[in-house]
Design a protein. Sequence first.
Length: 111
Amino acid sequence: MTVQHQSSSDNVSNLTSELQSLSEQLSEIKEHMDNRGDTMTDTSPLVQIKKALQTVKEEIKTFELRIGVVGHTLMQAKLRNAMNHQGGARSARVAAGDDGGDFEMSEDEDF
């Protein structure tokens, strides 16, 4: 009976040790799965990407506005330049006696 008791005690001891080992593995796996779940539901990278996209869109609007202003300024300068050239030529014609009331544009002027 002592031998049977010793054998049963050894068996219980082995099973307890195995249970402890499996419990530790289970704990590690649960921790790993929790970490993985947290990283999968972590939306901070997505939020950062959305913020960056919004910033880029705002910068694009600002640059488009600046491009429009520069384009408008350039067009106004070209028109002023063309008017000055036409005004000077017309003044010379009027002084020479040719009123020539029609509009002339040289081929090298570009609008």
